[in-house]
Design a binder for this molecule. Structure first.
Ligand SMILES: *[C@@H]1O[C@H](CO)[C@@H](O)[C@H](O)[C@H]1NC(C)=O
Ligand SMILES: *[C@@H]1O[C@H](CO)[C@@H](O)[C@H](O)[C@H]1NC(C)=O
Ligand SMILES: *[C@@H]1O[C@H](CO)[C@@H](O)[C@H](O)[C@H]1NC(C)=O
Length: 353
């Protein structure tokens, strides 16, 4: 039983209603409807009409355009977000992963469509953010699925209590994106495939920070997968590591999420702990960041560590190493204060924007 911290902002009710309708209700209904329609359709006739009927050239070109740019079609972003949520919560839940998975990446793939390219004929830098949404959704729905379910649907558990009333807070569970920063290192040409490697970078009393590396497809060649489903997938078998892989990263992004139960902020360690990702720590994980901790052993950050060696000190060391970057990102929230509300002179006003 743990206490949640006071909230910063009230999550929007309408967004949550949309979310909770979409995942368990509208998604399956839409899928069932589409399935029924597909079953009832005379495909042979339809296809014949489509490809041979009058005006077929424009139809075929339009179909080609839609297929080649599917990720930029209306509602494609919504489908790309809800599919991972649905998949990781309902179709296939993550097996028990343990603390080794806490800082391990999840890989998802995408490509540069024509509609994403800019005047340089490269992936437009403004389009990375939609891909990051998808990658982060895969990561959190997968590694934190158990934690989300425990905190959101198991109020009888009393995992989170309102510090003022000592009761489980009213309201539903929500995950809110606080901010995203992206550094663009290399341009990506049209129809080039790439991979997004997202992992937990760190967490503090309010935020979970996620780092995403966007890299060429097949660049990283992991030999080990924590989910047994991928055991046979040995990308390195018979292959040398890619030369100069460090210099081939396309982009690096950092994002932060906050977990809410009603209007209360849930300490990230509650969700990560309920997901089985945190080892036992004397005094628990809900310590204040500033609380003094005796010096941690000096571990090599990138060494491969056996499951049994993942004690709280290793996790704390990784968390702190990640916080060195996350702190600087976090400091940017103060930039809001640089808006003067129009007290000084304005240069002009132009359109279209
Ligand atoms: C709530 O979760 C705990 C473990 O987190 C479990 O033991 C308990 O059975 C759950 N209760 C309900 C009603 O789901
Ligand atoms: C986008 O980022 C790339 C990589 O840093 C850069 O070369 C390119 O000029 C940027 N595109 C625009 C339109 O600024
Ligand atoms: C994957 O392949 C590499 C290189 O052939 C080999 O050293 C490694 O043991 C393999 N890993 C697994 C899990 O089979």
């Amino acid at each position: 039983m743990t206490e949640a911290k006071r909230p910063a902002a009230k999550p929007s009710a309408s967004s949550k209603i949309g979310f909770w309708l979409m995942v368990p209700i509208i998604g399956p209904i839409a899928a069932a409807g589409a399935g029924y329609a597909a079953w009832k359709t005379n495909w042979q006739l339809l296809l014949k009409e489509f490809f041979t009927g009058p005006g077929r050239l424009s139809r075929i070109l339009l179909l080609l355009f839609t297929v080649l740019n599917w990720k930029n079609m209306p509602f494609a972003w919504t489908a790309r977000i809800f599919y991972p949520i649905y998949y990781h919560h309902y179709l296939r839940r993550a097996p028990k992963l343990g603390p080794r998975a806490l800082f391990a990446p999840v890989i998802s793939e995408s490509f540069v469509s024509l509609l994403e390219t800019d005047y340089n004929i490269h992936k437009s830098n403004s389009t990375y953010f939609a891909d990051l949404d998808v990658s982060r959704t895969h990561l959190l729905s997968y590694i934190c699925g158990a934690g989300f379910r425990a905190v959101s649907s198991n109020l009888t558990n009393q995992i989170v209590l309102d510090p003022t009333t000592k009761q489980p807070p009213k309201g539903s569970f929500g995950i809110m994106l606080g901010s995203v920063h992206c550094s663009f290192h290399k341009e990506i040409p049209p129809y080039r495939g790439y991979e997004m490697w997202s992992r937990v970078l760190s967490f503090d009393r309010k935020w979970v920070y996620i780092v995403t590396h966007i890299v060429p497809k097949g660049l990283g060649r992991p030999t080990e997968w924590l989910d047994p489903k991928f055991k046979k997938l040995n990308r390195s078998s018979g292959k040398e590591p890619v030369k100069d892989w460090e210099k081939k990263v396309f982009a690096t992004a950092i994002s932060k999420y906050v977990f809410k139960l009603g209007r209360l902020t849930v300490h990230p360690a509650v969700v990560l702990g309920e997901s089985g990702l945190l080892p036992e720590r004397p005094g628990g994980w809900l310590v204040d960041d500033a609380s003094p901790v005796e010096d941690l052993p000096d571990y090599d950050l990138f060494s491969s560590i056996e499951e049994s060696e993942w004690d709280w000190q290793r996790v704390e060391q990784r968390r702190r190493a990640g916080m060195k970057y996350a702190e600087k990102f976090q400091a940017l929230d103060q930039l809001q204060k640089m808006f003067d509300g129009g007290q000084g002179p304005i240069v002009g006003r132009f359109g279209p924007g």
